[in-house]
Unconditional design. Structure first.
Length: 125
């Protein structure tokens, strides 16, 4: 069964790179290019197995999206990995305290990203 990953990323180059990496691993990728588009996808209750979420997004930032996702019962057990350029200890602690399952700083290492995604998906089962 193919697993769906919602990738919320406004940088087109990074979004395409992540999509390529995930597709190559057999995942189905659902892209959202900004916070508003991500909110629409979340509220449409699409079937998602994991969310890869940037923090700095146009319209609705990733922190707000994280809080919103964690407030939806059906999405409560979906792993959320923050993938962002914000890398201060305060930013990381804040995201984890709001319910993020993991935090990866950009620039990221592709093999590490895939390994963390696989780990979170395996934990979910």
């Amino acid at each position: 069964m193919t697993q769906n990953i919602l990738v919320v990323e406004d940088d087109e180059v990074i979004a395409l790179l992540v999509e390529h990496l995930l597709t190559r691993e057999g995942y189905q990728v659902i892209l959202a290019k900004d916070g508003y588009e991500a909110l629409q996808r979340i509220e449409s209750n699409i079937a998602v197995d994991l969310v890869l979420l940037d923090v700095m997004l146009p319209y609705v930032d990733g922190t707000h999206l994280l809080e919103r996702i964690r407030g939806i019962n059906e999405w409560g057990n979906i792993p959320i990995i923050m993938l962002t350029a914000k890398s201060s200890e305060k930013d990381i602690a804040s995201a984890l305290n709001l319910g993020a399952d993991d935090y990866i700083s950009k620039p990221f290492k592709p093999l590490e990203l895939i390994a963390r995604i696989k780990h979170r998906l395996k934990q979910r089962k």
